[in-house]
Ligand binder design. Structure first.
Ligand code: NAD
Length: 418
């Protein structure tokens, strides 16, 4: 893992690569490479034993030209100001790639949630929500879950906001559970778009998904759902990993049973259908048709990229490949479906949740999944059209060309103020 690759610099280099193919002024590109604002705050929380502990937290609002800021909140010891800035920028270009009316934001707290009780995490989340209150709002900035946060944290944030504002506003946050105003299909959405995009890529490349072998790095929300859905599409999941290690069975295994094992024991390792236990790195370098990185950024650096043997990569995680890894993939002709398209299902169904909250009306799961599929297929088609039309080096640059143009157009149409 290339821990020293700064994800914010990766984002900026991705923007530069795309800008080279566009007729957008350097001054506008400069604007589109930096967040509009970043909140840095210190949260003081009382622990169960009565001691106080300080936690550093951030919220970056990168760009609001196409709509309210939108993006998740991450709880992880590795959270940093630059990581949050990068993740908020990727949200801008992700929303533009799939054409939903949002800008981009992201938040995070430097914390390992496994070390705290539920009541401590609730106080921490409510403290963060209180700091966020002036920044967020249904038309201003709409947070969502990310690594180590989920429905529980979203419900606490919604409740804190509504209590402080003395209102009812479920659309202030997405990724809630159904009883609190969540959407059908939201939990599966990121994994779903990852495999829909992979299906489209296999079709484009004239490759058969039926019987294709798949390795999944990271068996959390995005990864395990992707494994389950790709298995349902006829592919064979042969390997998976989580932070404790990896499992491998050349004949494939049942992704649902593997998840059950993880739920029961805390890890995928030791799952009985695994023929062999392998390392996290082995999972990334196996000779498979499709690799799905679904853990954290910088999972594959330039050196490891040399060892990658997959034909197609669908990025469920944000920023799993460093720019050096991207260059290697390009040389090796690996088709990389970029994160800003592959994992955009999460924010797309968050958008549907927000629309339903505002309509005070719920859609069926079938409608959510159908509308999601339409959006991902259209975005993939637009990417391929741009990829071919501009004769681009890789699909990531194509996605950024589409997205940058859309954001720049919105900025241009609005004129400048002051
Ligand atoms: P999660 O916390 O549910 O799961 C993360 C998984 O990665 C866990 O199984 C963890 O054990 C594993 N992991 C961590 N380090 C690892 C390593 N070095 N090797 C192998 N596995 C490792 O998080 P998630 O919500 O599934 O998010 C995963 C990625 O997907 C993140 O990059 C996130 O930003 C991205 N993403 C998530 C959503 C969403 O809706 N959940 C949407 C868009 C993007």
């Amino acid at each position: 893992m290339a821990a020293d690759t700064n994800p914010f610099e990766s984002l900026q280099s991705q923007i530069d690569d795309a800008a080279a193919h566009l007729d957008i002024g350097d001054d506008v590109i400069e604007r589109l490479k930096h967040p509009e604002r970043v909140l840095e705050t210190n949260l003081t929380v009382e622990l169960d034993n009565g001691d106080l502990e300080r936690f550093k937290a951030f919220r970056s609002q990168f760009n609001g030209d196409r709509g309210p800021y939108k993006g998740g909140i991450r709880y992880h010891p590795g959270v940093s100001r630059d990581e949050v800035k990068a993740l908020s920028g990727w949200m801008v270009y992700k929303c533009a790639t799939v054409g939903i009316p949002y800008g981009g934001g992201k938040g995070g707290i430097i914390v390992d949630p496994a070390e705290y009780s539920e009541s401590e995490l609730e106080r921490l989340t409510r403290a963060f929500a209180t700091e966020l209150r002036p920044l967020i709002g249904v038309d201003r900035d709409i947070p969502a879950p990310d690594v180590n946060t989920g429905q529980r944290e979203m419900n606490w944030i919604k409740d804190t906001y509504e209590t402080l504002e003395n209102t009812t506003e479920p659309g202030v946050i997405t990724g809630k559970n159904i009883a609190s105003g969540g959407s059908e299909g939201r939990v599966e959405a990121t994994g779903r778009s990852t495999v829909l995009a992979a299906r489209e890529a296999f079709d484009y490349l004239d490759k058969d998904l039926d019987g294709a072998t798949v390795a999944v790095q990271g068996y959390g929300n995005a990864g395990w759902i992707a494994a389950k859905l790709i298995d349902e599409m006829g592919a064979t999941v042969v390997a998976a990993s989580d932070s404790s290690g990896g499992i491998y069975n050349p004949d494939g295994f049942d992704p649902v049973a593997a998840k059950k094992h993880k739920n029961e024991t805390g890890s995928i390792v030791g799952y009985e259908e695994s023929e062999e236990e392998i390392t996290n790195e082995d999972v990334l370098t196996l000779d498979v048709d499709l690799l799905i990185p679904a853990a954290l950024e910088n999972a594959i650096d330039g050196e490891l990229a040399e060892e990658v043997s997959a034909d197609v990569i669908s990025e469920a995680a944000n920023g799993p490949l460093t720019p050096e890894a991207d260059a290697v993939m390009e040389d090796k002709d690996v088709f990389v479906i970029p994160d800003i398209l592959a994992n955009a299902g999460g924010v797309t169904v968050s958008y549907f949740e927000w629309v339903q909250n505002r309509q005070r009306f719920s859609w069926s799961e079938e409608r959510v999944n159908d509308e999601l599929e339409t959006i991902i297929v259209e975005a993939f088609d637009a990417l391929v059209e741009t990829y071919e039309e501009h004769d681009l080096d890789n699909p990531r640059t194509a996605a950024y060309v589409v997205a940058l143009q859309r954001v720049a157009d919105a900025y241009d149409e609005a004129g400048s103020f002051p």
